[in-house]
Ligand binder design. Structure first.
Ligand code: NAG
Ligand code: NAG
Ligand code: NAG
Length: 839
């Protein structure tokens, strides 16, 4: 799904590529030969070391991962997805490619870091932190031991780091010395893309990584995967190879991938070509080794090799890369379906940091924030001007205040919420109804007050440069995302929302065969309600009457039953409440198949860049299928294993799905209470908006359910699709590709949590870009908690330090690490202009 954007220009396979390849290989070999003669003897030695170290790690890791017990020995560290198995381990090699720049220096620093970490912990984290973390890890180690352990980790990190920085070196050059190496960087981005398409190949990487010795080159059989990395390098060394050949190569590689076989005779040419790159690799190894030594001797490690810049974009401090791609928006043929409010991600995710608005202050804490926020944090007077008379937003001195919550709520949102339940007691806020979708949410007052009824509302509104409603909502501590009902499915699974609400939303539901309403139908649970309180429901203007008529007809054809229509005498507004059927009886009885039922093959959960379709999915009737029964009442729902998780299914961590689910929850309850809430020095009263960047079953969010926070659970598009489970337990979330920007405003979350996400992600995209995105999402003083392998943790720690973040805690044991860092108000001085975001 995600790949679409990355597709490279391929398919131009020409019949004579073999000979071309051979020539190229020959030339390359010659170059390597020359290089070998001229290069220092140190290199091969290093080369031998690194990969084999990697290799060992990987093997071990893999073994560990296959062992499902890993979950139980939860010493506080959540094991990596069983999924990761062959994919990830192999990937780490490729990974070093894709986040080359990031890694530079890592190697150097890590050793020192380990020492520093100890200090750091003593200094900035209270001793209790240390102790608690240890207890979390159930380690009875003495502090000294602890330190030793870390040092050991540090050593291994260094070694891994070496291999990283070799590549890193080269990339950096590509990026920065624009003169000679420029083509390199450009191509490598292309190459990376192909990497992601060929993920299966990774399984082979393990072998190859061990053999990066130059001597093995020629016969180097398994080395073909290294070639991906090399493709970028090779371009500069073997300059003569033209685009076409490279395409062919990558095609060839793809073919191999699809067969999932180890290289055999037929592929040897490519392999050889690949191996020619080793020359380049070794060069990089040598360079970075020298570099490291130089750095070590000068003991200067203040600069981590990251050079952050401030984004120069038209949107200024409100920049959302995928929604502010003005260049792409300009090129749209039509904006009739709000295409200009849909996501259009820049070719390359930006690595610049978003500026802070002038006069920014620490946000007001929940629940006060529901009533008032700092004007300077969200300086959009337009909304106050436009909506002021509607009792939405007022500018009161330094504050923006939210006296009511919109025209709909003249007597307060709670009154309106209760009016709905009085109209239809079966709604039962906070018991039967737990997770709702609020379309066209305004400033999300509805969602804000639903918290008092134990209801979670996913609110969405289009990004609008004048109104920034979603930004207001998030600043208030109310969940919301920037999204529009346009031409694509919303990034949510099918049949997960208990209620869909739309108050005065200006969505033209009835047009085009009800396409947009059919999208709501996709997301609404069978038996769930659609609450529509718009003027056509209660006003009699000719236009309203017409819409009402059209809607009535559409609803009937969709088998949505009008359960109640009622006018609130106090507010003067009315609501019509419809119910989605719980069987297929009505669909089958319709005189016309209009709107049609979807093809059996149409997956209602497929929602990442999937075009809207004017069709309806059948209601699941198999008692063991998701959506065939209403979930448990809240709060039992949070802990109960969904009825449709069966023992015959294998869970994400390798056990039978139900046990997997339970173990995950136990694990996170343990980690949250023992470590996050008490052991990390986080003051949770200043935490409100939380995001779990890799949620799996939502165990982390469930473990936080008694705190006054809400958690946006993200299920990355290349992870197992567990989002329906998250909704089933009364939590909410969204699909997302972390190689792109999230559909939220800058500074809108207080805490991000990334469990075994980034090590995996760096195979597909640049870690600096992901960190820049994390920085964008987090407000100043916001925290990032990462659990991952020690290499990644080390890398992130360096990156965080280079952004002047405060390292609150780093901890590692064996190969697993934990990091808690806090963003500061530091912004870089240098500026980078993002042309795609300049009006
Ligand atoms: C890249 O080119 C720009 C503009 O020509 C120049 O200012 C800059 O110094 C160059 N960078 C490097 C690393 O050579
Ligand atoms: C930001 O970009 C604009 C448009 O390219 C340019 O005119 C302006 O000078 C840039 N500002 C800085 C500080 O570089
Ligand atoms: C946590 O923050 C709240 C509000 O900002 C403050 O009143 C409280 O003293 C803080 N607690 C600790 C332990 O720092």
């Amino acid at each position: 799904m995600a790949v679409g954007k990355y597709s490279r220009v391929d398919g131009k396979k020409s019949s004579n590529y073999c000979s071309t390849v051979t020539i190229v290989v020959f030339v390359a070999l010659c170059l390597v030969g020359v290089w070998m003669l001229t290069s220092s003897s140190v290199v091969p030695v290093q080369n031998v070391d690194l990969p084999s170290e990697d290799n060992k790690n990987e093997e071990k890791q893999q073994v560990a991962e296959k062992d499902s017990r890993q979950f139980e020995d939860s010493s506080g560290d959540l094991p990596e997805d069983a999924m990761k198995g062959d994919r990830d381990t192999g990937d780490s090699q490729d990974g070093s490619n894709s986040n080359i720049e990031d890694n530079q220096n890592l190697a150097e620093k890590t050793t020192e870091n380990t020492a520093e970490e100890n200090q750091e912990e003593e200094k900035s984290v209270e001793e209790s932190v240390n102790k608690k973390t240890e207890s979390e890890e159930q380690s009875k180690n003495e502090p000294d031991n602890d330190g030793d352990g870390k040092r050991e980790d540090g050593v291994s990190k260094t070694e891994d780091g070496d291999s990283n920085s070799e590549v890193g070196e080269s990339k950096n050059e590509g990026g920065e010395s624009n003169a000679s190496e420029e083509p390199k960087s450009e191509e490598s981005s292309g190459e990376k893309k192909s990497d992601s398409e060929e993920s299966e190949k990774k399984s082979e990487t393990e072998e190859s990584s061990g053999e990066t010795k130059q001597d093995d080159k020629v016969e180097g059989q398994a080395e073909q995967n290294v070639e991906q990395n090399q493709e970028s390098e090779q371009s500069s060394a073997v300059n003569k190879m033209d685009e076409q050949v490279k395409d062919q190569v990558s095609n060839e590689v793809k073919d191999q991938v699809s067969n999932e076989v180890f290289p055999a005779g037929a592929q040897s040419e490519i392999l050889k070509e690949t191996t020619t790159q080793n020359g380049e690799w070794s060069t990089q190894a040598m360079e970075s080794k020298n570099e490291k030594e130089a750095q070590k001797s000068s003991e200067s490690k203040d600069q981590n090799g990251y050079s952050w810049k401030l984004c120069n974009v038209t949107a200024g401090p409100d920049y959302i890369p995928c929604l502010d791609n003005l260049q792409a928006i300009k090129k749209l043929h039509s904006t009739k379906h709000y295409e200009h409010r849909e996501r259009h991600c820049p070719e390359e995710a930006p690595t610049c940091l978003v500026p802070l608005p002038e006069g920014y202050k620490q946000p007001i804490e929940w629940p006060t924030s529901r009533e008032k926020i700092w004007y300077y944090n969200v300086p959009h007077t337009k909304l106050a001007e436009i909506k002021g008379h509607q009792n939405w937003v007022k500018l009161t001195g330094e504050y923006l205040t939210f006296p009511g919550g919109g025209t709909q709520f003249k007597h307060g949102a709670l009154h309106y919420i209760d009016f709905i339940q009085e109209s239809l007691p079966d709604i039962a806020w906070g018991r039967r109804t737990r997770v709702i979708l609020d379309v066209g949410c305004g400033v999300a007052s509805f969602g804000g007050f639903l918290f008092e009824r134990d209801v979670l509302a996913m609110s969405l509104a289009p990004k609008d440069e004048h109104e920034a409603q979603v930004q207001f909502a998030l600043e208030r501590g109310i969940p919301a995302i920037s999204a529009v009902m346009g031409t694509k499915r919303l990034p949510f699974p099918g049949r997960v929302f208990d209620v869909v609400h739309c108050a005065r939303c200006r969505v033209p539901w009835h047009i085009e065969g009800g396409k947009l309403l059919l999208e709501l139908n996709r997301m609404l649970r069978p038996g769930g309600y659609f609450v529509w309180s718009a003027t056509p429901v209660y006003q009699k203007l000719p236009e309203d009457v017409e819409i009402w008529k059209a809607m009535t007809e559409l609803m009937k054809s969709m088998c949505w039953e009008l359960v109640v229509i009622k006018k609130d005498p106090v507010n003067g507004v009315g609501a019509a409440i419809y119910r989605k059927p719980i069987s297929n009886e009505c669909y089958e009885k319709r005189p016309q198949n209009e709107p049609p039922l979807c093809q059996e093959s149409d997956d209602p959960n497929a929602a990442w860049n999937v075009p809207l379709q004017a069709c309806m999915h059948k209601v699941p009737v198999d008692a063991l299928e998701c959506g065939s029964q209403w979930p448990e009442q809240w709060p039992v729902r949070a802990e109960k294993t969904p009825y449709w998780l069966q023992s015959s299914q294998v869970g994400v961590y390798g056990k039978a799905a139900p046990e997997d689910f339970t173990a995950d929850y136990e694990h996170w309850k343990h980690v949250v209470t023992k470590s996050y809430v008490n052991g990390m020095g986080i003051n949770w009263s200043s935490v409100r908006n939380v995001m779990d960047m890799n949620s799996v079953y939502g165990g982390f969010a469930a473990a936080l359910k008694d705190l006054k926070v809400w958690v946006m659970n993200v299920v990355p598009i290349d992870s197992p699709d567990t989002l329906p489970i998250i909704y089933e337990r009364g939590l909410f979330g969204i699909y997302h590709d972390w190689c792109e920007s999230f559909s939220t405003y800058p500074r809108s979350y207080d805490l991000l949590h990334a469990d075994h996400l980034l090590s995996k992600l760096k195979n597909r995209c640049k870690l600096t870009a992901v960190m820049a995105e994390v920085d964008r999402i987090l407000r100043p003083d916001g925290k990032l908690i990462v659990r991952d392998n020690v290499e990644t943790i080390g890398e992130l720690e360096n990156m965080a330090r280079s952004m002047q973040w405060e390292v609150r805690l780093t901890y590692s044991k064996e190969k697993e690490g934990l990091l808690c860092v806090q963003k500061t108000i530091w912004r870089p001085k240098e500026v980078e202009t993002i042309m795609s975001a300049i009006a």
